[in-house]
Design a binder for this molecule. Structure first.
Ligand code: ATP
Length: 283
């Protein structure tokens, strides 16, 4: 039997860093939603107790360093599954892009194995399990739209944004989340107004959502990679209703309500940087 799982990318409508904990992690507050840019995960049961990962990517290892592998190992150990699994990943989400590509693969493996081996664990349990693998995995287990607190492990679901179009644009560089977090100086951060984002979502007010987008990590990434700043400006100049960097970057996304305008901005951004996509919000 083969089980297929869609593994969609996330974008941050807001990202705030509150303080540094004694264990070295930062407490964050992130409002995230899911977009229709997805990896495709195929899971197949193997008779022997082993984990195989198959993917074609220059940037992602297929051994135990792969988050999908780690998710399978954790799931098998937790639920005492005596069989093996082959994981095939069709990688469409750019790597180290601020779109949680690795976390969403891990989350999809947890959901998929839950079905493949008829474990029927609730999503809440899978999210708790996933938070051992990385800060965004718990959110990705649910997908949808949510606020993540703590180090990303505490999830509260939110109403999804009204229908709109998302243009993602990124330069051909990867940004290490760890490098950006290491440079945080809590005194200098521009904190987003998370309350405003939450209110805008509750009211399903597209323009208020656009007005309240905010990311406390932007200044740090902009200082290291000024091209990300230029992409954000280009997105706004091209007419996006709102634009912001996702995660620790380098992907910038723009929100647009009407398709014809979204297409114009997509074409305009394609003349400006390497990788541009026009997708819908799934949230
Ligand atoms: P986030 O937005 O959660 O910070 P990101 O989009 O910036 O994540 P990822 O694409 O998840 O970054 O990749 C970060 C690192 O994780 C890379 O070094 C990559 O090699 C590693 N990695 C491990 N497994 C995977 C996977 N299945 N897909 C992508 N990257 C993976």
């Amino acid at each position: 039997m083969i089980v297929m799982e869609k593994a969609p990318a996330k974008i941050n409508l807001s990202l705030d860093v509150l303080h540094k904990r004694d264990d070295g992690y930062h407490d964050v507050e992130m409002v995230m939603t899911t977009i229709d840019l997805s990896d495709r995960i195929e899971l197949q049961q193997l008779p022997k107790d082993e984990i195989q990962v198959a993917l074609e990517s220059r940037y992602v290892p297929s051994d135990e360093r792969n988050l999908a592998y780690q998710a399978a190992k954790l799931f098998k150990n937790t639920y005492q599954i005596p069989y093996g699994v082959r994981i095939h990943i069709e990688k469409n989400i750019p790597v180290s892009a601020g779109l949680a590509g690795g976390s969403t693969d891990a989350a999809a493996v947890l959901r998929g194995l839950n079905r493949l081996f008829h474990v029927n664990a609730p999503l809440k349990d899978l999210a708790t399990l996933g938070s051992n693998l990385g800060a965004d995995v718990a959110f990705c287990v649910y997908g949808k739209t949510a606020i993540a607190k703590g180090f990303g492990d505490q999830i509260e679901l939110l109403p999804s944004p009204p229908n709109c179009w998302v243009i993602t644009a990124r330069p051909d560089i990867g940004v290490s989340t760890r490098t950006i977090f290491e440079r945080i100086n809590l005194q200098n951060l521009h904190h987003p107004d998370t309350k405003k984002v939450l209110e805008a979502l509750q009211q399903r007010d597209f323009y208020q959502i656009c007005m309240s987008l905010g990311n406390a990590l932007e200044d740090i990434t902009f200082a290291i990679h000024p091209e990300v700043f230029r992409i954000k400006n280009a997105m706004l100049q091209a007419g996006a209703d709102g634009a912001i960097m996702s995660g620790s970057g380098p992907t910038v996304f723009g929100l647009v309500q009407h398709f014809s305008k979204a297409q114009r901005i997509y074409n305009s951004m394609r003349g400006f940087c390497e990788d541009v996509q026009l997708v819908r919000i799934l949230g």
